[in-house]
Design a protein around this ligand. Sequence first.
Ligand code: BES
Ligand code: ZN
Length: 640
Amino acid sequence: MNQTALLFCLLSGLYLALPLLAGLDTMKDANNLSAAVSLPAHAVEDPHSYANPGDVRVRHLDLECEVLFDQKTLKGTAVLSIERVSQDKHAPLILDTRNLNIATVETSPDGARYTAATFTVGSVDKFLGAPLTIPLPETVTRVRIKYSTNPTASGVQWLEPSQTAGKKDPFVFTQSQAIHARSWIPLQDTPQVRVTYTARVHTPRHLLAVMSAENDPRTPRDGDYRFRMQQPIPSYLIALAVGDLSFRPLGRRTGVYAEPSVADFFLNETATTEKMVRATEKLYGPYRWGRYDLLVLPPSFPFGGMENPRLTFATPTVLAGDKSLVALVAHELAHSWSGNLVTNATWSDFWLNEGFTVYLERRILETVYGREREEMEAVLGLRALDEDLATLDDPDEILHVDLKGRDPDAGFTQVPYEKGALFLRHLEETFGRTRFDRFLRSYFDHFAFQSITTADFVDYLKKNLLDRDSKLAARVPVDEWINKPGIPSNAPKPTSPAFSRVEGEAQRWLRNEIPASKISAAKWTTHEWLHFLNSLPKDLDRKKMEELDQAFHLTGSGNSEIAFQWLLMSIRNRYEPAYPRLEEFLTSIGRRKFIKPLYEELAKTPEGKERALAIYRRARPTYHPIAVTSIDEVLKWNNP
Ligand code: BES
Ligand code: ZN
């Protein structure tokens, strides 16, 4: 180790020890939301960022931004407070950008006097965007950048009034994960860098802006909104939405933002949110972010949910009306510990976010809805994993996946989610709940507000669980779980008695022992329905499809998960009566998890591909840029 590195290590050690030295007061402060500590860490190589956080680190962002709907543009001023962390006094500041128009860059030693700075924007990489390099005189502590976004910014979706529930006002929202923050703010867009932030957002007077920050539910609508995020967060969690939004409280610190005409529909579906927060706190320690609100977006939102701190963004397609989809809320809430508090340092460590979160999600569901429910989720999850494993190449079956030279969105498979969760379940079953729960809780406390690598986790796991009981540890092949494809042979095998009964019914019907109308499905939940559809052979003849549809009206199902499965089967089996519904589904919902497999299935036959292209031509302008990128690839779309 050279001297510089040694000095850095010593300094980091001191920083790490500070909260411990300060003792309880600091802990209390962190829970009270005042001045959270931001810990310097070693820079790790991130193939998805140009930034140089090993030399210069952004610690805080002050953002001012005008939302210009008519130009589909965010016009912004970003003031970055920086800290030199290496001895290299001449290192420039290198930021990530994508498709941004940089107007001016200024630097300041104190945030009061600014002088114009030279800057260069490097060449554009298809996945990464372009580096913005700013030479930094030694005394500079702040950098001010005036810029504007492009209407095609990959992390911003501008919606026409027709794409909203109210049909009167436009809507805009951002989606920064994985590397789209750089398309609307110039910053060090790597999850190992954490910043606190403030923002001031100017909008049309009658619309409301919300962010992943302190949102006062009672704030008056006046087109001028201020936000503050006092805990250091990675850039992928910075988020903004503006529209005709209203707020409905759920509990003391929870509530729902949605368009006024649909807000009430979500109250029943999300009623257990407060209970879930309490259940998670009991398991894994205090909720450290103040409020937990949900924002229900218009249906073009490309994901199910996004764990923006203090304000989960959610698809309206969770509205099944039977509380069967609360798993999504449990999932995004769980990220308040796994992901937002302890964060993956690079996108190769994504499983630390998602695998842990799926594991936590199931523990929350078990606490609130019972073990049977948890087991159903686990079986469906394993099934989805098995399906992915059947098609993925070996390198993509590895938890600590190599994504160099690729779009990190490519890591979005069931592997980080379900294989990650299964690994944790294996540890839980081996060491027992008491020990494993204690371990996880201390893990969240130990790494709170830090971004860590897979190696950091393994190191902590060894010291705090495995090495304390080598006999039990021998039963969990940690290296195989993390670095090898497939699933270890002694992995846990979730089973669900309720699902066995469903399989029995499916078999009786398939063997023509009973007609569809006699399948005892009256009390089935969404999960049982999904398992039933999963249990059917891929090929079903026309008569069978018709019989099911007549008995259960699956084509008309308003439950998006069930409708999706049924439509997939309908494409496979050329069940034409469902085609109009398929078209309606694909032109009204933009959730990538649903639309991508449907287009993929369509693209398997020449007629299907033609239909897919016809639908896509109409739907494409309504999809989010992230979904468009995926579907363009599926359909080899290159029309302008
Ligand atoms: N953080 C993810 C969404 C995400 C991942 C966005 C990677 C961009 C890149 C979120 O927590 C998530 O996993 N959402 C799931 C829902 C869930 C219940 C598994 C989704 O959107 O399907
Ligand atoms: Zn997640």
